[in-house]
Design a protein around this ligand. Structure first.
Ligand SMILES: Nc1nc2c(c(=O)[nH]1)N[C@H]1C(S)=C(S)[C@@H](COP(=O)(O)O)O[C@H]1N2
Ligand SMILES: [Mo]
Length: 428
C-alpha cells in the first residue's frame, strides 16, 4: 500500500506540473473513494470519512504549492519551509495515531487481566503417541503464535470484555442478550478442534489445531428456543464479517462452541478476543466468526453471508485434506532410510488410513499416529528406503467413512480444493 501510494503521488506530481489541475483531480478522486470505503464499513459514522477528506485537501494544497516551487526559478527556501511544515504536520498525525492506539493498549491490558475459569468438562487427555514429533513435522497442537490467520479487515477490531455482548435474535421464541458476566456463570467445556480455511490449496498450511474453551452453542440456542422452520444461523462480527452456518451443525451432538480461550490463554486479539465461534467439520468462512456479537437465527433462503455474497459456496463442509511436511523439496537427502511424514484431516469424519506412492508405483500404507478425535487432524509417517535420483512422492487419505480422497483437482473456489499433494525430491 505504501509503495502504491508513493507511485500514485509521483504520478500525480508529474501530471500536476504538465497539466494543472490533473494531479489535484487524482487526489480528489482518491479522497472521495477512500471516504466512501471508510463510510461503508460496518459501524462507521460520518467522522470516519474525516481522515480521507483532510488527507485529500492537504494533499491537493501541498501538491499545488510544491509544483509551483519547483520550476525554472526554483525557490529553495520556500521548498524547504513547506517540506518542514509537512514534516511537522506528519508528526502531528503520528501523535494522533498514538492517541488512537490507546484503545489498542487498553484492550491488550483487558486481555492480560482476564483469568480464564477452569472448564467443567476438560478436553480428553492426549494419548502419548498423538504427536510423532519428527523433525519438520507439523506439531499436533498448534501454538497461538503459529496459528494461521484470515481476516477481511485490515486492522483487527479492539473490543474490551465490558463492551462485548452476544445477541441471539431472529427466528427464536425469546430474544436474548448475554454479557460475558452472564456467560461466566455457566459451565465451560474444553475441546481440541482443527480449524481449516476453504482457501487452503492442496498441500497448503491454512489449518491449525488448538484447544478451545467455551460454551456449547446448542445450549445458548436452546435458551432462546429456535423456531422449527429455521435452518441457518447468521453470525456477525463487530467488523462486519458474517457467516451462515447450518443450524444443524450448531445443534447436533458435535460440540460447536462460543469460544473465549485458545490453548489455555484468553483468545488472542487477532483470533477474535473476547469471543468467537468454532464449529467442528465446517470451513472457517461459514462458521468461525471472530469478535462475534450476534447470532441471527434465520433461513438459507432469507439471508446470505460475507463470502457467499462473493461467490463462495453456501455450505462449507471440510473436505478430506492431507499434507506432506517432510521431506521438503529443497532438502539435501542422502540415499537410505528417509521418513516421509505429514498431517491429514477430515473433521467430523476422522482419518482411517493414509497411503504413500513413490514414482507412480503402488499405494503403500503409512503409519498413523494415535487418533484423538474425528474433529482433529492426525499425523502420519512412512518409512522409505530412498534410492539415488529424482523422485515424486504423493500422499492420499481415507476418511472415517471409508472414502478415499479424490485425485480430481479442484481449486479452493467455491467450496474447497481437492487433489493429491505431490512433492519432488532429489536423493544424492
Ligand atoms: N470477523 C471475522 N471472522 C472470521 C474471518 C474474518 O475475516 N473476519 N475469517 C474466517 C475464516 S475465512 C477463517 S478460515 C477463520 C480463521 O480463523 P483464524 O484467523 O483464527 O485462524 O476465521 C473466520 N472468521
Ligand atoms: Mo477461511
Amino acid at each position: 500500500m505504501i509503495v502504491g501510494a508513493v507511485l500514485v503521488a509521483v504520478g500525480a506530481g508529474i501530471a500536476e506540473r504538465r497539466d494543472r489541475p490533473a494531479g489535484s483531480i487524482v487526489f480528489g478522486v482518491l479522497g472521495v473513494v477512500a471516504a466512501l470505503a471508510a463510510f461503508t464499513r460496518s459501524g462507521a459514522t460520518l467522522i470516519w470519512t474525516v481522515p480521507s477528506i483532510v488527507g485529500a485537501v492537504l494533499g491537493i494544497m501541498l501538491l499545488r504549492t510544491l509544483t509551483r516551487t519547483v520550476g525554472p526559478e526554483f525557490d529553495r527556501r520556500r521548498f524547504l519551509t513547506i517540506a518542514g511544515l509537512t514534516t511537522v504536520a506528519a508528526a502531528g498525525v503520528g501523535v494522533f495515531g498514538r492517541f488512537v492506539g490507546m484503545s489498542e493498549r487498553k484492550v491488550t491490558a483487558d486481555r492480560t487481566a482476564f483469568t480464564l475459569p477452569a472448564p467443567a468438562e476438560p478436553a480428553p487427555p492426549l494419548p502419548a503417541d498423538v504427536d510423532l514429533r519428527g523433525p519438520g513435522l507439523t506439531p499436533w497442537a498448534t501454538s497461538n503464535d503459529s496459528f494461521y490467520r484470515i481476516d477481511t479487515a485490515l486492522t483487527v477490531p479492539r473490543l474490551a470484555r465490558a463492551e462485548w455482548s452476544l445477541r441471539i435474535f431472529g427466528m427464536v421464541e425469546k430474544e436474548l442478550t448475554f454479557t460475558l458476566d452472564d456467560l461466566l456463570k455457566r459451565p465451560l467445556i474444553e475441546r481440541y478442534v482443527t480449524l481449516t480455511c476453504v482457501s487452503n490449496p492442496v498441500g497448503g498450511s491454512l489449518a491449525g489445531n488448538a484447544k478451545w474453551l467455551g460454551w456449547r452453542i446448542r445450549d445458548l440456542l436452546a435458551d432462546a428456543v429456535v423456531k422449527p422452520d429455521a435452518d441457518m444461523v447468521l453470525s456477525t462480527s463487530v467488523d462486519g464479517f458474517t457467516a451462515g452456518t447450518p443450524l444443524e451443525a450448531l445443534t447436533d451432538p458435535r460440540d460447536s462452541m462460543l469460544v473465549i480461550g485458545m490453548n489455555g490463554q484468553p483468545l488472542p486479539i487477532e483470533h477474535g478476543y473476547p469471543a468467537r465461534l468454532v464449529v467442528p467439520g465446517l470451513y472457517g468462512y461459514v462458521s468461525a466468526t471472530k469478535w462475534v456479537t450476534s447470532l441471527e437465527v434465520t433461513r438459507f433462503d432469507k439471508a446470505t453471508a460475507y463470502w457467499t455474497d462473493r461467490g463462495w459456496s453456501e455450505r462449507g463442509p471440510i473436505k478430506t485434506g492431507i499434507r506432506i511436511d517432510v521431506p521438503q523439496s529443497n532438502n539435501r537427502i542422502s540415499a537410505g532410510p528417509v521418513t516421509i511424514a505429514g498431517v491429514a484431516w477430515a473433521q467430523h469424519r476422522g482419518i482411517k488410513a493414509v497411503e504413500v506412492q513413490i514414482d507412480g508405483g503402488p499405494w503403500q500404507p503409512a503409519r498413523l499416529a494415535a487418533d484423538y478425535s474425528s474433529d482433529t487432524w492426525r499425523q502420519w509417517a512412512f518409512d522409505w528406503d530412498a534410492g539415488k535420483g529424482p523422485h515424486i512422492i504423493r500422499a492420499r487419505a481415507t476418511d472415517g467413512t471409508g472414502m478415499v480422497q479424490t485425485s480430481d483437482h479442484a481449486d479452493p473456489m467455491p467450496d474447497g480444493a481437492t487433489g493429491w499433494p505431490e512433492i519432488s525430491v532429489r536423493i544424492d
